[in-house]
Design a protein around this ligand. Structure first.
Ligand SMILES: NC(=O)c1ccc[n+]([C@@H]2O[C@H](COP(=O)([O-])OP(=O)(O)OC[C@H]3O[C@@H](n4cnc5c(N)ncnc54)[C@H](OP(=O)(O)O)[C@@H]3O)[C@@H](O)[C@H]2O)c1
Length: 263
C-alpha cells in the first residue's frame, strides 16, 4: 500500500480508543479500508475533513513549522515563497504575514494562480516563473534582498534566491519538486557562496519531526482561519483509481491548493 496521510471514518473497532463513527487522521495509505492498531488522531466532532487534511494537516503544518521554527520569520522580514499557490506554499505565505513579515512575494506557474495569491491570500506580489525573468523580478520586488526564502521547488529558483539573499538571510529547504523527476544527479546551485558573503543560513527539515507539536500549531491556525486570515483551496479528485492522476497534478501544476482524493 502506498503510504499517505488520510482522514477516514472508523467502521468497526475492537479497542476503547476508537468508536465506530469516529473520524480519524493518520497515515492510512492509498486504500479504501485500513486495519490499524493506533497511530491515528481522533478529530473533534464536526471537523471538516478537507480542512483537517489541508490547513490543519501535514502540508499546513509543514508551512507553519517551516516558516516559524526553521525560517524564524519575524517582524519586518521580506519573504519569498515558491510553489506559492500549492498546498504548502499558499499557507506558508499567510503564516509569514501573520507573523509580521513586511513583504511576501510568491512564485507560481500561471497568471490565474498569481492573481489568486495577491487578490485573495494577501501576498504583496506574485511572479509567474514560467513567463517572467525570475532573477530580475525578484530584484524589483526585493531591492534590499530576501530575508527569508521558503523553497518548495529547488533548481534555478533556489539559485536565483540564493543570489539575492539579504544580510543574515535564511533559506528553508522544504522541497525540491523541480528535481524529483530528473534523471541522474541534479545540478547544484551556483550561488551557494553567497551564504558566506551574507552570513546566511540554509536548512532543511521534515515535518515528521514535529508531530508532537501539531496541537498548538493547529489551534493557532484554526484561530486565524476562523478570523478569515488563513484562506485555502482544495483540489478534490474523486475515486481511488484516479489517485495516480491526482499525484501527477503536483508535477504538471494542475492544482491550486491541496490535492485530495475523495473515496
Ligand atoms: N519537508 C517536508 O516535510 C515536506 C512536507 C510536505 C511537502 N513538502 C514539499 O513541499 C513541496 C510542495 O508540496 P505540496 O504537497 O504542497 O504540493 P503543491 O505545492 O500543492 O503542488 C506542487 C506544485 O509545485 C509546482 N511545481 C511543479 N513542478 C515545478 C517546477 N519544475 N518548478 C517550479 N514549481 C513546480 C506546481 O505549481 P506551479 O503551477 O506553480 O508550477 C505544483 O502545483 C514539495 O516539494 C514537497 O515535496 C515537504
Amino acid at each position: 500500500v502506498v503510504r499517505s496521510g488520510a482522514v477516514g471514518e472508523v467502521v468497526a473497532s475492537r479497542t476503547d480508543r476508537y468508536r465506530a463513527g469516529d473520524m480519524v487522521s493518520g497515515l492510512l495509505g492509498w486504500q479504501e479500508y485500513a486495519v490499524i492498531d493506533g497511530g491515528v488522531t481522533v478529530l473533534p466532532p464536526g471537523t471538516d475533513p478537507l480542512v483537517a487534511m489541508s490547513v490543519l494537516g501535514a502540508t499546513g503544518m509543514t508551512a507553519y513549522f517551516g516558516m516559524t521554527d526553521v525560517g524564524r520569520v519575524g517582524e519586518g522580514d521580506v519573504v519569498v515563497v515558491s510553489g506559492a499557490a500549492g498546498a504548502t506554499g499558499s499557507v506558508a505565505g499567510q503564516v509569514a504575514r501573520r507573523k509580521g513579515a513586511a513583504k511576501v512575494v510568491g512564485l507560481a506557474g500561471d497568471a490565474t494562480k498569481c492573481a489568486w495569491l495577491v487578490a485573495e491570500l494577501g501576498f504583496d506580489a506574485a511572479i509567474n516563473y514560467k513567463t517572467e525573468h525570475v532573477a530580475r523580478r525578484l530584484h524589483e520586488e526585493c531591492p534590499d534582498g530576501i530575508d527569508l526564502y521558503f523553497d518548495n521547488v529547488g533548481g534555478d529558483i533556489l539559485d536565483a534566491c540564493l543570489g539575492q539573499l539579504a544580510l543574515r538571510g535564511r533559506i528553508v529547504l522544504c522541497g525540491a519538486i523541480s528535481s524529483y523527476n530528473e534523471q541522474g544527479r541534479p545540478k547544484g546551485p551556483s550561488n551557494v557562496y553567497n551564504l558566506i558573503i551574507q552570513r546566511g543560513r540554509m536548512e532543511g527539515f521534515l515535518i515528521l519531526d514535529y508531530f508532537d507539536r501539531f496541537p498548538s500549531a493547529q489551534a493557532e491556525m484554526a484561530g486565524w482561519a476562523a478570523a478569515g486570515h488563513m484562506k485555502h483551496k482544495v483540489h478534490v479528485v474523486e475515486g481511488l483509481e484516479h489517485t495516480p492522476d491526482a499525484l501527477n497534478l503536483l508535477f504538471t501544476g494542475g492544482n491550486t491548493g491541496k490535492v485530495i482524493v475523495q473515496l
